[in-house]
Design a protein around this ligand. Structure first.
Ligand SMILES: [Zn+2]
Length: 703
């Protein structure tokens, strides 16, 4: 995951050395000072500064844009496109600090500021992107771009700036702009109601059980169900909450088929109960509004609009083609998995036909019989500090980066450590490592960019962070993490390296500021290095004995990586296919339930499982614009990362092959969004991404 918080969208140049003279005292706005080209003043931040900082930053950015737009000199790349890169610097600094508090130090006060600011920021960004006088200047540079002597990067920046304004309605006449604003406002309202409906259905539909109903449930699940019931004033009962983190383990372990069915129906029925919280009507309305907006902006459908804006795929067809290449293999694997599970069910009980509420349960029996991997055995070998050393070692081998801890930089919490990053003698930036759980910190893991690398207006190095919420070890004991956590650590570090390796001119194109279906690629890719013997033998050492992770455990981990992948990929892919088809369809009067049913039947969806997110609760699609017609991105990025890892595996030096690493650096890791990702990937791999490595990594049969 990579974090994007509210002001981040407007960040042009986080460290651009011009400050709003009016806001010298607000710590969110003042230029960063101190070592390493200036660092965020985390030690001076007050939450009370957030709202005034955001207001001042927006006002300053608007003033900068107005000044640019009013320039009477003929428009040039320098005085228009490049000059835009220097706007919004205070907003960039404020966003960096603000995002740290939202993600890692949240309080009711912080959340109140967020609620107050979010809608105003959306309006602010729209106003800039639709600025008529600014667009006339951007358009003049764009129309003259081929006759101007622009570098490749300047050409790309010009085209991106122009198309982002066009896609936001900058070319529309006043009535069109007014209609667009009305559509966006109505959509924003729909998104809020959609999210609230799902939230209520998740909170309210709780299944209360008695001790006698718990057959099969492991101790930790019983304990958390008891705690959840007590918190709902039902002491002595056991509550199965209607959220994925409770439903998944229940469906995996409960021996009670009748209860599994009830829990499954409740979870997959969220937003689809024909009551006041039913989301189907809302979806019909959202789709109609999106289609109208797409037409207004000159696109055939919402899917065309969203993919043209910011995707490597470029067109809905390209995304569909890739998904449909994977689909037959995924469902073929589902049929194999079902056959294997059915055999177990037939041996145990008469008359059970594997249904969606049985899949996880019988798959778990297969896992125990076939893979015999107890992940608890692995954890004593995974010390957080040693894993951090492993990350640095890998970055050294692949990219020649060296990490040295520094102590002269303020942090937002005493547990955060900071490292200076150099390549040879050349400073490349700072890396903040913030991985322990604490109150107010979001669960999950992510990478954040505090300051983007750039050279426009002088060289500025990157400042990035990796964040997670691992449970700290007891005092004087090392913090141990699970295999999944270690994988996550490598994933997020892949994003950090994307930020730290950046060598571009303009901040808009820097590091991880790439398209939505491309950004996960460097993160997913680095996961493969955790499994390399070089890393495991050196760094996965038992915290008491110091012994390396035994070979038979490593072999089991490798084998288990293909477990239940038919289910995992098919539920994801079914959601992604329905998402894309829905946003390509004629939106006049769509009945979401019928659409979902008929399209899944047409695809040959196996009846033993459901979409990961059914439409009435598909929050990725209906709580904002950004991920709609974009759920395919997960598969798209995974295909690329498997294909890229294969390039290493096939090279003489394997995962540490210098030549492949150099090509990856040249065409992916150092170029940010300064080159077209399709061309960049082709230059790295010598061809377009191929699905075969991905299919192999999932253990799918060739079809
Ligand atoms: Zn990620």
């Amino acid at each position: 995951m990579r974090r994007r918080t509210f002001l981040a969208a407007s960040v042009a140049a986080a460290a651009w050395p011009r400050a709003g003279a009016s806001q010298i005292t607000n710590s969110l706005l003042t230029p960063w000072t101190g070592p390493y080209g200036g660092v965020p003043p985390f030690d001076r931040v007050k939450v009370a500064e957030f709202v005034p900082a955001a207001e001042a930053a927006m006002a300053e950015e608007w003033q900068e844009v107005e000044t640019l737009a009013a320039d009477t000199a003929p428009p040039t790349f320098d005085n228009t496109i490049a000059a835009l890169e220097a706007t919004g610097s205070a907003a960039g600094r404020a966003a960096a600090i603000y995002s740290v508090w939202i993600g890692t130090l949240s309080t009711p006060e912080v959340r109140a500021a967020d609620r107050a600011l979010r809608p105003r920021l959306a309006g602010h960004l729209d106003r800039i992107k639709q600025h008529s006088a600014l667009f006339r200047r951007v358009d003049a540079v764009y129309q003259a771009r081929h006759a101007s002597r622009l570098t490749v990067e300047q050409m790309r920046l010009t085209e991106l700036r122009w198309s982002r304004m066009v896609q936001s309605g900058a070319q529309l006449e006043p009535p069109g702009k007014a209609r667009l604003a009305a559509i966006n406002a109505e959509l924003a309202g729909c998104y809020t109601i959609f999210a609230q409906n799902v939230l209520v259905e998740e909170n309210d539909h709780v299944l209360y059980l008695k001790e006698a109903d718990l057959s099969g449930l492991p101790t930790d699940l019983r304990a958390s169900a008891a705690t959840a019931a007590a918190a709902r004033r039902r002491p002595g009962d056991f509550a199965i909450l209607n959220i994925r983190s409770a439903v998944d383990p229940f469906l995996t372990s409960s021996d009670r088929r009748d209860l599994r069915e009830r829990v499954w129906r409740s979870f997959y029925g969220r937003g689809d109960n024909g009551d006041a919280r039913d989301n189907n009507g809302l979806i019909t309305r959202i789709l109609r509004l999106r289609a109208e907006r797409a037409k207004l902006l000159g696109y055939a459908t919402h899917a065309h609009w969203n993919l043209d804006k910011s995707s490597m795929a470029g067109t809905p067809q390209a995304a569909l083609d890739l998904m449909l290449r994977v689909w037959p293999s995924a469902i073929a694997r589902v049929h194999e998995e079902v056959a294997e599970m059915q055999a177990i069910a037939d041996r145990e009980t008469v008359g059970v036909q594997i249904a969606p509420w049985d899949y996880r349960y019988y798959a778990e029996k297969v896992r125990k019989a076939r893979y015999d991997l107890d992940l608890n055995e692995v954890k004593p070998y995974l010390q957080l500090d040693r894993m951090r050393e492993a990350l640095h070692w890998v970055a050294g081998r692949l990219y020649g980066l060296r990490f040295t801890q520094v102590f002269d930089v303020p942090t937002q919490h005493p547990s955060v450590t900071v490292y200076e990053v150099r390549r040879g003698a050349r400073p490349m930036g700072l890396w903040y490592f913030d991985t322990l759980a604490r109150p107010g910190k979001t669960s999950g893991a992510w990478m954040n960019t505090y300051r983007a690398q750039q050279t426009y207006g002088g060289r500025v190095t990157a400042i990035v962070s990796n964040n997670a919420s691992f449970v700290p070890g007891a005092p004087d004991q090392p913090t141990l993490i699970s295999w999944a956590d270690a994988t996550t650590l490598f994933h997020e570090f892949g994003h950090a390296l994307h930020g730290l390796n950046s060598e571009v001119t303009y901040p808009t194109l820097s590091g991880v500021r790439v398209f939505g279906d491309y950004v996960e690629f460097p993160g997913l890719l680095l996961e493969s290095w955790l499994l390399s013997p070089e890393v495991l033998k050196r760094f996965a050492r038992h915290h008491v004995t110091g012994a390396p992770l035994p070979d038979d455990l490593i072999a089991k981990i490798r084998r288990a990586s293909t477990f239940r992948q038919g289910f995992n990929v098919t539920e994801l892919l079914a959601s992604a296919l329905i998402d894309m088809k829905l946003h390509l369809a004629d939106a006049t009067d769509i009945d979401p339930k019928a659409f979902e049913r008929e399209e899944l039947a047409r695809l040959g969806m196996p009846k033993e499982l459901a979409m990961r997110h059914r439409l009435p609760h598909f929050q990725h699609l209906f709580t904002s614009d950004s991920q709609s017609a974009g759920y395919y991105s997960y598969i798209w990025s995974e295909v690329m990362s498997a294909d890229a890892a294969e390039a290493f595996v096939q090279a003489p030096g394997g995962l540490y092959d210098k030549g492949v690493a150099k090509r990856l650096y040249d065409h992916v890791m150092s170029v940010g969004n300064a080159v077209d990702p399709k061309a960049g990937y082709r230059a790295f791999r010598g061809r377009d991404p191929d699905v075969s490595a991905y299919l192999k990594s999932k253990g799918f049969p060739a079809t």
